[in-house]
Design a protein around this ligand. Sequence first.
Ligand SMILES: Cc1cc2nc3c(=O)[nH]c(=O)nc-3n(C[C@H](O)[C@H](O)[C@H](O)COP(=O)(O)OP(=O)(O)OC[C@H]3O[C@@H](n4cnc5c(N)ncnc54)[C@H](O)[C@@H]3O)c2cc1C
Length: 363
Amino acid sequence: MMPMLDVAIIGAGLSGLSLAEKLLPHKPNISVFEARDRCGGRVLSASGPTQDFTADLGPTWLWPSDQPRIAALAERLGLTLFPQWDRGQSLYQVQADALPATYIDTQTHADARRIAGGCQQLIDGLLQGIPERILQLEHRLLTLSDQGSHVDLTFATDSSVITIQARQVVLAAPPRLLASNITFKPALAPGLLSLMQDTPTWMAGHAKAVLVYEQPFWRQKGYSGKAISAYPSAVLAEVYDACLDNDHTAALFGFFGLPAEIRQQYRDSLPALIVRQMVGLFGPDAANPLSVVIQDWSQEAFTATAEDRMPVFTHPVYGHRSLQLDHWQDKLYFCGTETASRSGGYLEGALDASDRVFTALTL
Ligand SMILES: Cc1cc2nc3c(=O)[nH]c(=O)nc-3n(C[C@H](O)[C@H](O)[C@H](O)COP(=O)(O)OP(=O)(O)OC[C@H]3O[C@@H](n4cnc5c(N)ncnc54)[C@H](O)[C@@H]3O)c2cc1C
């Protein structure tokens, strides 16, 4: 059995990894337990189909002018930021077969920046400072049991169920997911549990599609790549330019408008439906993408619950006080972006939350 840990961090997303990196010099006896076989959580970038192309399938944008923590992390990791492309005419379509209207929009992405090489660079950069021995992938937390002097944690691994002991536990995962999947012994207070269930996981009900092309034909025609399709049957509701900053690869990405259940029903037809929609927006040049990649977060068991399948379109109020306090007499903390007092839901919020927990654990 693993010796008792000082701190067990659950979740190797941005909040869990940034906390681990900060804690290590103060508390070397820690481990990060991650249910998936990869780190990053909602941060996910995919490579291909052309050399050097990376598509952000989770987060895409940072707003460094208003997000000091993520701006500082990107700078410390030496990452290159570049502005979201929005030069040219944007499109607005109210019916599938109607010609889109054009308009000029330079405000939507005024301060938004992308990371060259994709947002995954944030995770890869943090992992440089975290020894492999403290990362336990494919360890899915099942139960937490308060033993007074410590907490017992049980995990499902690929081959068995194991128990680990830790003096303190940090839950760096979405509160709603934790409320659904973890058994707390003793049970959490009903008010806290319902607060967790009522806290939507940001973007968990959404899905993204990335279309890679040989040429940025929309830019060549004077379009920005931004298109809004405001009709109920639109497969993608919003489309944006997703080209790299190096001119080598052209891409568009879009957020789905179809709800999660319909996406599942038409799963096999979605790539063809998306291409047809792009042709309706940008013309016949859009007919032959090199690839169409779809990432549906509502189907990810370690991000979304059934309640998340109905997407949230306005930004929830995050950072409830009860999720920022310690529980079980200083032994249990919450640390996902949904617990942040500032920029909750965003990458910045994940760092805000890990700063708060770091302070509490090192006081
Ligand atoms: C489609 C999409 C677009 C987005 N766009 C943006 C954007 O442009 N800008 C922005 O700032 N933010 C954006 N976000 C939000 C951003 O991705 C999140 O704020 C951030 O990644 C959250 O990090 P986190 O560590 O709090 O949570 P997560 O990344 O969700 O990490 C939680 C981790 O816990 C693990 N886990 C869950 N359950 C268990 C368990 N039982 N046992 C062990 N491990 C478990 C998960 O596998 C995961 O790795 C977007 C998100 C999505 C999905």
